[in-house]
Write a protein that binds this ligand. Structure first.
Ligand code: HEM
Length: 225
């Protein structure tokens, strides 16, 4: 009762972890994400031999969670070159395992040292995560200010785009007017709804009116030919 010692975190080496691949002679069924090891025996149908996600068993194949590259070379915990958005997606997987499966301990290697301390590599990934979360928040804010238009096509080259109080997955009190939103440095655009009482936005060089459509019309014809 008086034992207030911090519970010790179990540390596993790569070889220890490989003994938990769910095969008949193995010690159990574990996997690791970003160096955090989970007991996934409850998900044997996914991770056990013959399961579609068996490749994740007994190792840390963090990269494959976000690349979908399940080949031998794709099964690695090396995350170099991944985008901030992919790192956010990987942390979503980590949160999934934390919620759904029992934690076992830490994998000694790229993300945890022999003493179970986070490595510089983990700190670097966490920095990219912070950047990714910032980009995601900015994208969400932009999506709220400039929700995507509704669109309907009568054939491959013509149709119409229009705004309503529910478009682009955003419920709102205003309808807005369709505009082409260009990304800096790109010739591509997407249709967004802009509040007609938002003159700063309407005058932005990244927003262009649709041809043959009155400035304040809520619906515009589109002809790509
Ligand atoms: C990057 C690509 C993908 C990854 C990394 C991935 C990973 C996973 C993992 C780890 C599970 C097991 C989750 C658990 O423990 O319950 C799972 C389940 C599943 N996945 Fe995927 N998956 C991918 C793509 C897909 C695709 C393209 C489809 C469908 C076309 C798909 C369909 C399913 C289904 C149906 C389940 C079972 C869900 C359940 O039993 O509740 N997955 N996926």
């Amino acid at each position: 009762m008086n034992d207030r010692r911090k519970e010790e975190v179990r540390l596993l080496g790569e070889n220890d972890l490989s003994l938990y691949n769910g095969e008949s002679d193995s010690n159990g069924l574990y996997l690791s994400v970003l160096g955090q090891v989970f007991d996934v025996s409850r998900g044997r149908e996914h991770y056990g031999p013959g399961g579609g996600y068996h490749l994740f068993a007994g190792k840390d194949a963090s990269r494959a969670f976000v690349t979908g590259d399940f080949s031998e070379t794709g099964q690695t915990d090396d995350l170099s070159g991944l985008s901030p958005e992919q790192i956010v997606a990987l942390f979503d997987w980590l949160a999934f395992y934390q919620k759904e499966y029992k934690p076992v301990g830490r994998l000694i290697g790229r993300y945890y040292s022999e003493n179970g301390e986070p490595t510089t590599a983990l700190r670097e990934v966490e920095e990219i995560l912070a950047e990714g979360l910032k980009l995601k928040a900015e994208a969400q804010a932009q999506n709220k200010r400039f929700p995507s238009c509704n669109s309907a096509w009568s054939d491959a080259s013509s149709g119409r785009v229009w705004c309503s109080t529910m478009s682009g997955g955003v419920h709102r009190s205003w309808v807005g007017v369709p505009r082409k939103l260009f990304s800096p440095g790109s010739s591509g655009f997407r249709c967004v709804c802009v509040q007609s009482e938002d003159p700063t936005a309407l005058n932005s060089p990244l927003l262009k009116e649709y041809e043959d459509c009155p400035s304040l019309a809520e619906s515009c014809p589109v002809n790509t030919l």
